[in-house]
Write a protein that binds this ligand. Structure first.
Ligand SMILES: [Zn+2]
Length: 307
C-alpha cells in the first residue's frame, strides 16, 4: 500500500488523529477540541481538514481514513445510529460524508470497537477473549470473543458504560439511572470532586488530569477520589468477569492513563467482588497503544475486509 492511513478518534471532548504508514507506525498526530456544538456538517469539514493536514505532515498521499465515533454506529453502512455524547448525529452517514469530502476509502465504527480492534492488531490478533473499555468523558466498551470482534446484530454490543451498577444511582445521559457511566467516567469523577467539601473558593475546577497530578504529589484527597472511581469501575468489571470469563480486560482513554492508585483500586475491587477463579485468571491492564489506542484502532478498520 502506498500512502498513509489516517485514524481519527472522534470523542465527546477531543478529536485525536494519527497518520500511520503501511506497517502501522505513527508518523504524525493532531489533537483538537471536538466543539460538539458545531454539529455534524462543520465537524465533518474539520475532520477532512485534519486528515489532509496529517497527509501533509507525513509528506505522503492519503490512502484512506477510519473514524472511531463516540456513539452507536452501523459498521456495514458506516452510519451513526445514535449518540448520547454528540448531539445531532443520529442518522448521519459518516463514512459516506467523509469519503465524499476526501475522495478516498473511509470506514467508521463505534470508538470502543475501533480501539479494541487496534489493540488486537497491536497484540498480533491472539485467540483471546478480550474486553476493551475506553474510560474517558464517558465509558465505551467492546468485546472480542476468541480473537474476533463481536458487534451484535445491530453493531451495538459491548455498551458496558450503560450497565446498571446502582439501582437508584445518579442519572446517566442514556436516560437510565446508576449506569457505570454515571459513576466512574471522567465526567462523574470531576462532578464528584467538585461537590466534595474541601475545595477552596477560586480553585480551578478539578479535572482527572489535575487529580492525577495532585495524587502523584501526595495529595491524599485526590488519591481517595481516584481510588473511589477505580473501585466503582472495578464493580462493573467484576460483573463482566463473571459473565465472560475473559482472558484480558484492556483499559484505554483519558482516565485509564491515570494508572497508579486508580488501577490498583480497579483490580482490588474485581478481586473482592467477582467469582474467585475467573477473577484470579483475568489480566486487567492498560492498552498497549496508550493514549493513541482509539485513533490507531480507527485506522485499523481499513485493514478489515469491506463490511
Ligand atoms: Zn447509561
Amino acid at each position: 500500500m502506498s500512502g498513509i492511513l489516517v485514524g481519527i478518534d472522534l470523542g465527546a471532548s477531543k478529536v485525536l488523529a494519527v497518520a500511520l504508514d503501511g506497517e502501522g507506525k505513527a508518523l504524525a498526530r493532531r489533537k483538537e477540541a471536538t466543539r460538539r456544538a458545531d454539529g455534524p456538517a462543520r465537524l465533518l469539514d474539520r475532520l477532512a481538514g485534519i486528515a489532509r493536514a496529517l497527509a501533509d505532515d507525513a509528506a505522503a498521499p492519503l490512502a484512506g481514513a477510519g473514524v472511531g465515533f463516540a456513539g452507536l454506529v452501523d459498521r456495514r453502512r458506516g452510519a451513526v445510529l445514535s449518540s448520547i455524547m454528540l448531539p445531532g448525529w443520529t442518522g448521519v452517514p459518516l463514512k459516506e460524508e467523509l469519503a465524499r469530502r476526501l475522495g478516498v476509502r473511509v470506514e467508521a465504527d463505534n470508538d470502543a470497537n475501533a480501539a479494541l480492534l487496534g489493540e488486537l492488531r497491536g497484540r498480533g490478533f491472539p485467540r483471546e477473549t478480550i474486553l476493551g473499555l475506553t474510560v474517558g468523558t464517558g465509558i465505551g466498551g467492546a468485546v472480542a470473543i476468541e480473537g474476533r470482534l463481536y458487534r451484535g446484530p445491530l453493531g451495538t454490543a459491548g455498551e458496558f458504560g450503560n450497565m446498571t451498577i446502582a439501582h437508584d444511582g445518579p442519572p446517566c445521559w442514556c436516560g437510565n439511572r446508576g449506569c457505570l457511566n454515571a459513576l466512574a467516567s471522567a465526567d462523574a469523577i470531576e462532578t464528584r470532586a467538585r461537590a466534595l467539601p474541601g475545595a477552596r473558593p477560586g480553585d480551578a475546577p478539578p479535572t482527572v488530569r489535575s487529580l492525577v497530578e495532585a495524587a502523584a504529589r501526595g495529595d491524599a484527597r485526590a488519591e481517595e477520589i481516584l481510588r473511589h472511581a477505580g473501585a466503582l469501575l472495578g464493580a462493573g468489571l467484576a460483573n463482566l468477569v463473571n459473565v465472560f470469563n475473559p482472558d484480558r480486560i484492556v483499559l484505554s482513554g483519558g482516565v485509564a492513563q491515570a494508572g497508579g492508585a486508580w488501577l490498583d483500586a480497579v483490580r482490588e475491587e474485581v478481586a473482592r467482588r467477582a467469582l474467585a477463579e475467573p477473577a484470579a485468571y483475568v489480566r486487567i491492564e492498560p492498552s498497549v497503544l496508550g493514549y493513541d489506542a482509539g485513533a490507531i484502532g480507527a485506522a485499523s478498520l481499513l485493514l478489515e475486509a469491506e463490511p
